[in-house]
Design a protein around this ligand. Structure first.
Ligand code: ADP
Length: 240
């Protein structure tokens, strides 16, 4: 569970790019986070995962305050950034072991998880190759595998479908669905509205740093598509 309570963030001490943001992501939720470029999605995501400090408010991951207990809160999070960084000079397997070491994952658990996810993402025969030889999509797959290696309870993703081929997208959607069925929760930003409409049960829309809609997908959409709801909020030609 993620609790975001009245969060304010400014980069220049003049304008809040997050302005009194509150959201609750419960276990079992796939929560889509929608908004124009510059609306504040990445800033909120980085605040949740403890990369960016924020001025006011509180964020809790399964009851753990991300400001007061950053290390503890990170242990339960899988964070998949929009521009993943991965070391080109390592093999995929070396990178996964490096991340597993950082999270103190036992040899038995890491072996089992690496084998499982390598199979799921059809990466088994590529893991001994250097990351520098991977396509963008393959790097993305290894990043997703690395984010799951410590058996997190919460997944936070920034634009996870960018760069994935159709098959990898389908696999990721299935993985997301299985993850929340097993009691986890997922919060992810996206511009891919038709996918969000299909896979999520909750939606938040952010505009100019403020949450303008949040809650159950069915209540927000009623008889409309997410595209229609988005256009009603943002309007033709408007920017965030
Ligand atoms: P989104 O992810 O929705 O595209 P961001 O969170 O990246 O939006 O950006 C929100 C606002 O904060 C934008 O106005 C952006 O220009 C500004 N911003 C983002 N990162 C920085 C930064 N490092 N320094 C100053 N301003 C920033």
């Amino acid at each position: 569970m993620i609790e975001i309570k009245n969060v304010y963030k400014t980069y220049d001490k003049q304008k809040y790019v997050l302005n009194d943001v509150s959201l609750e992501i419960e276990d079992g939720d796939i929560y889509a986070f929608i908004g124009h470029n510059g609306a504040g999605k990445t800033t909120l995501i980085k605040s949740i995962v403890g990369i960016l400090p924020f001025e006011k408010g509180e964020i809790f991951i399964n009851g753990i305050d991300v400001n007061k207990n950053p290390e503890e809160s990170k242990k339960t999070i899988a964070y998949i950034p929009d521009e993943p960084e991965i070391y080109d000079s390592l093999t995929g397997l070396q990178f996964l072991n490096f991340v597993a070491d950082a999270f103190d994952v036992s040899e038995i658990d890491r072996k089992e998880r690496i084998e499982h996810y390598a199979k799921v993402f059809e990466m088994t025969e590529h893991l001994n190759n250097l990351v520098s030889s991977y396509s963008h999509g393959m790097k993305q797959k290894v990043i997703i595998m690395s984010a799951l290696i410590h058996n997190p309870k919460v997944i936070i993703m920034d634009e996870p479908f960018v760069g994935l081929d159709p098959k990898a997208s389908i696999i990721l959607k299935q993985l997301m669905s299985d993850f929340v069925k097993n009691g986890g929760c997922i919060f992810y930003s996206t511009h891919v509205l038709d996918t969000a409409e299909k896979i999520c049960n909750k939606i938040a829309v952010i505009k100019n740093g403020e949450i303008v809609k949040a809650g159950s997908r069915d209540v927000i959409l009623k008889d409309e598509s997410l595209e229609q709801v988005f256009m009603e909020i943002y309007g033709e030609g408007q920017n965030a």
